[in-house]
Design a protein around this ligand. Sequence first.
Ligand code: AMP
Ligand code: ZN
Ligand code: FE
Ligand code: FE
Length: 293
Amino acid sequence: MSTGFVELHCHSTASDGTFTPTQVVELAKRSGLSALALTDHDTVAGVGEAASAAGSLGLDFIPGIEISAEYPSPGTMHILGYGVDPENPKLKRLTEELIAGRDNRNPRIVAKLNEMGVAVTMKEWEDEAKGSVLGRPHLAAILHRKGYVSSIKQAFDKYIGQGAPAYFDKERLTPRQAIERIRESGGLPVLAHPIQLRTTNDGELERVIKDLLDLGLVGLEVIHSDHDAGLVEKYTQLANLVGLIKTGGSDFHGSNKKDIELGLARGRRVPREFYDLLIEKHEELSSARAGRT
Ligand code: AMP
Ligand code: ZN
Ligand code: FE
Ligand code: FE
């Protein structure tokens, strides 16, 4: 089994990161990582470019996606899909629907901001996103540049984050749909940053995760920039207990999340073993699927 460190959760300019897929791969190489997964929100538009950059630099690569599922406020549930097949028509349909959900939400955010006296337009948001999936961090960057806020974080706190006046939810898949659709697109569903579920006790956390397991969840993101050492330990034990594979990543977004470095989640690195077991599990499920057809 290989040694070294990997990055299994990061965003590029295909969604709301500020590094192009090639730049993310180059940075991974410079940082001494041996494998990478690109997990943009609602799109796999960056994975082709990342895969070829990784190929030229001798870095192992697996395509990914991150989608958000319905979950009671104030929690959020994000599901990562690893090894989805970019050519799969079901994946294409899925990403189109996810983007349509954003297209319904985004003008409402802008209208509310205008009502609040913030001068911003959909056109500016689209220009900021440069043809990629429109994310709130793009909008936050505009508000920052125009001087309405002093940081990206303040844009969320004051205007567009959960609980703020110009926050609007987008239509989401249920957890069942998210897991099923990732699996039928050839991917492995993994629960991202379980801390963000904001469960209030360990019993509740365990119930949520066991329910997801019954729906076909395969892994748990135990290492993440929002997880301190105690949480990493807790999620590791839970994954081991219920038989989920463990994954980890920083959730790098380039300068849209300035304090996060690629490959480092609160100073913690992600062991290569996580990548190897992810690949092993992916091959296992792919051959089981092939055997059935
Ligand atoms: P969207 O997918 O357009 O709803 O935007 C989600 C993105 O906004 C993710 O990258 C989140 O990490 C980021 N985000 C959500 N809430 C906050 C917050 N309070 N501060 C900074 N970034 C946030
Ligand atoms: Zn993001
Ligand atoms: Fe997330
Ligand atoms: Fe993310």
